[in-house]
Design a protein around this ligand. Structure first.
Ligand code: ADP
Length: 467
């Protein structure tokens, strides 16, 4: 039994005990009081009946009392006694064992002789015992007392059976409630322990594990929230693993190249100087590739963390012109015509470095993945408070099935071609992450007019005075 179950069980039992105690006492007290009250009225009416019969007597004697009372057949009580002012019994209905001639010093009689009505009733689980007394008054003078006594087992029996019925009902209710609460608390704690188990499993790294708690109650909702949290955790974890494995793979290739080249130099005897220079040159190239990859990885890590540089309004046209200047030689070498058009109005909230990186990567890609005699055209304009940059080429294009993946880390349509042109497979994901962090969007599409690709970047146009 879990501690939660114990707590539930204990509190249920306490509540049930309280309810049952109430059920077994309150109705009994109420019905007992009702009987007491009815006894008091019936006793008072019996006594007043006797009182009426004696009302004409100036003094009470054994004879005149028995004579006056001879007409009363039924008093409704077990015993009636009449005493004189000294408490001597003048009349007694009890036979045998009549107390006539004896002195009765009952409290009630004493009270009655003092001019007050008295009543007493008690219940001892076998009978209702009631005693009552009233003074006999003649012309404002107490001339004696009437004492009535009743011993009622019938009503006591009724009350007793009522009590035992209540006990039976209570016992059945107790059993039922306890059974029900045991089942309910079992269900509840089973759900909680299942959830707990799932949390522990996920904590230990089993990200595919889900809590099997169903239902729309609070526990079910917590389980659903936990499962969706685990879903996200799994996606992040999968992405992290993929990233680490891709990154290691990417770093492994140039490192293996360096190792092979250096082994060849070391193991080949009498290698001529020009071959050694060629090999060392290759080693240098591989080292450059490693440098590019690590730089890109660092950039991505910076983007993943919150350490972004403070944004400032950047006028994009000068940056675009700078990129064109930087890449025009490469374009020339590849016999690709590089052109641009701009309305000069685009100002975005970013940093110059970031804008340069975005435009440079997209333009360099467009040149890299174009055939000689192709063209690359950049268009920068402002459309409804949005700075829009499109980079269009008529190069090899991107197949439909790859279109949705090109912004993923290390994704390349053609690995060999990308490597051959010095790509790391990280350029577009850096571009897209930067744009997203600055509140913009990027999309890639086939060129409408013929083969090739068009990338469109949208960034919010900075308002005047914004920083
Ligand atoms: P890479 O360093 O390989 O160029 P990117 O992230 O910049 O990596 O680009 C991802 C992939 O998208 C590239 O490998 C290439 O296959 C494809 N790609 C990007 N730009 C273009 C383009 N303008 N034309 C055709 N393919 C492109």
């Amino acid at each position: 039994m879990t501690s939660l179950q114990t707590k539930f069980g204990l509190s249920y039992i306490l509540i049930i005990i309280a309810v049952l105690i109430l059920l077994n006492t309150y109705p009994l007290i109420i019905s007992q009081n009702l009987v007491f009250r009815s006894k008091q009225t019936s006793m008072a009416s019996s006594v007043s009946m006797v009182e009426a019969a004696l009302s004409d007597l100036t003094t009470l004697t054994e004879d005149n009392v028995s004579q006056a009372l001879s007409g009363i057949e039924e008093t409704g009580v077990s015993r009636i006694m009449v005493t004189d002012t000294a408490g001597r019994v003048l009349y007694d209905t009890r036979e045998p064992g009549s107390a006539v001639g004896l002195y009765a010093f009952y409290t009630e009689i004493a009270q009655a002789l003092n001019g007050n009505d008295a009543f007493y009733c008690c219940y001892d689980s076998t009978a209702f015992l009631s005693r009552g007394a009233s003074p006999v008054v003649y012309r404002s003078q107490t001339v004696g007392a009437i004492y009535a006594y009743e011993y009622d087992t019938e009503q006591a029996q009724l009350l007793k059976s009522f009590q035992s019925n209540l006990m039976k009902i209570s016992f059945m209710i107790a059993l039922l409630v306890m059974g029900l609460s045991a089942v309910l608390s079992q269900m509840l704690t089973r759900q909680i322990s299942e959830l707990l188990q799932a949390i522990r499993k996920v904590r230990e790294g089993a990200y595919s594990h889900r809590a099997a708690v169903k239902g729309k109650d609070e526990i079910g909702q917590i389980a659903a929230e936990f499962n969706s949290l685990t879903d996200r955790l799994q996606v992040t974890e999968d992405a992290r693993r993929r990233f680490v494995s891709d990154a290691s793979h990417e770093l492994k290739t140039p490192l293996a190249g360096i190792r092979l080249l250096s082994d060849s130099i070391l193991q080949t005897k009498n290698m001529d100087v020009s071959t050694v220079r060629e090999f060392v040159g290759d080693i240098g190239e591989e080292a450059q590739r490693l440098e590019r990859i690590t730089e890109d990885l660092l950039r991505l890590t910076r983007l993943d963390s919150d350490a972004m540089e403070k944004a400032e309004p950047v006028t994009v046209t000068p940056v675009l012109k700078r990129v064109i200047r930087m890449l025009s030689l490469v374009a020339q070498e590849r016999e690709i015509s590089l052109s641009y058009e701009t309305d000069g109005a685009a100002v975005v909230l970013s940093t110059e470095d970031e804008m340069q990186q975005i435009i440079y990567n997209l333009t360099e890609n467009a040149i890299k993945y174009s055939a000689p005699m192709g063209f690359v055209h950049l268009n920068l304009r402002v459309e409804e408070k949005t700075a829009v940059l499109s980079v269009e080429d008529n190069g090899i294009g991107i197949p439909d099935e790859d279109m949705g993946h090109i912004f993923e880390r290390f994704y390349r349509v053609d690995k060999n071609r990308s490597r051959a042109v010095g790509g790391t497979g990280l350029g577009l994901s850096i571009v897209s992450d930067t744009i997203k962090r600055r509140g913009g969007t990027i999309e890639a599409a086939h060129r409408q007019a013929g083969p090739g690709t068009i990338f469109t970047v949208r960034l919010p146009q900075a308002e005047e005075g914004e920083a």
